[in-house]
Design a binder for this molecule. Sequence first.
Ligand SMILES: C=C(O[C@H]1C=CC=C(C(=O)O)[C@@H]1O)C(=O)O
Ligand SMILES: [Mg+2]
Length: 471
Amino acid sequence: MITTLDHTIKEFIQQALEEAKQTNQSVIVSSVKEVDAMDPLHFFASGEELSLGERFVWSTPERDFTMVGLGNELVIENNKESKQRFQEIEKEWKRFPKKVISDRKNEIGTGPLLFGGFSFDPIKEKSPLWDSFAEAKFVLPTTMLSIVQNKTYLTINKIISPYDELDVCIKHFENSIELSHSFPYSLDCEKVNEFSTIEYKTSEWLKAVQQATKDIQSKEMDKVVLAREVHLKFTEKINSYQVINNLLKEQPTSYVFDFENGNQHFVGATPERLVKKKNTQVLSTCLAGSIKRGNTKEQDQKLGHQLLNDDKNLIEHNIVVKMIKAAIDSCCDEVSVPEYPTLYKTKNIQHLYTPVKGIAKEGISLLSMVERLHPTPALGGYPKDKAIEKIREREPMHRGWYAGPIGWLDHDNNGEFVVAIRSGLLEGQNAALFAGCGIVEESDPKSEYLETKIKLKPMLSALGGIVNEDW
Ligand SMILES: C=C(O[C@H]1C=CC=C(C(=O)O)[C@@H]1O)C(=O)O
Ligand SMILES: [Mg+2]
């Protein structure tokens, strides 16, 4: 197929190039077109060879917004500490003028947007596993497929610099359209992939949990979240397409994400929204406190009822509500929080859930909200600084991007970030999976350990590992 751009787009590109030359400043040009329905994972797989480790996937729990990015037209990253890493991403993104040509009204989730994430703790010394992940990294995709409420859009982005030539710019758009129509792969979805487990420092983790309960009893802090990691080695190379496909099918009430970074995929199915901003509407979520799912409907309801009335889990949850409400109060008006939590169920686990809503104050950006919220006590603890310090000192692993914010933002300050839990880092035949638990005064190390096992199940199952009760 040979693609030639229509006259309007060519003129648009020419104008953008002239503007870049006049202002001596690069411009992001984005063309958006509604296209025929396309399977987003076929689009993902089509980029395997040409996108060279530069792809991402994002899907909301309702699956009413899915996007797949191929190729990095722009990378914005930094290794700054604390607040600065959020501000630097925002500053760099704002630096570029953006010009959008669209055959539809500008649909949120199409056009120029950044996808990426942050590590949990930029101060903790790096580990070899996470070596190639910056403390903050965002990409503007070259080509992006967005499925918004059953409509499919193709976005093509190009940074046009003052030194670019018109022909080359036009070719970029034509080539990207052509590539997005080629699906040379047969996608088999064989599920079973045998693995051996290397449990990682379990006894150290159990000791850390016990020590944490003592710190809490002696009033050093109220809560801390401690995580552990499990390493798996599979007999076959892990197929990221299959893993994402399985997560999308098996975890219908969770966000599904994949950030491909060279040879590694950071993948997960998280139920935990950090913050969503659509125009001025803001929604954050408190999700903490857990119990397993029942085998029958009656048993499941009984367990849910038990969770809603369990003091230990309510303490774990309420600490999160208090902190998130304070953070949202600091940047929003009309903040509303229901008085009692309800249940949020995923395939393997049920959680206590409280939504926090507000209207963004003038001039407050999405990334400044992410910065205020991260880490919530569902992943860090309370008080925040004390808990992070304890995690840094006692947790026998390096979190990398696990439990950090991951998500997207556009040029109008809309977007959404989730907390990257129920996740794993995949490379070749290896997978590192992560899971943590909120530790409060009454925590029992053995039950917390069992809770991490339940939280590891979604990834384990998506990887094709056999999941049974004793795992
Ligand atoms: C830290 C994790 O879960 C958090 C989110 C929901 C419930 C949690 C809990 O009940 O302990 C955790 O705070 C994880 O899944 O790795
Ligand atoms: Mg818990």
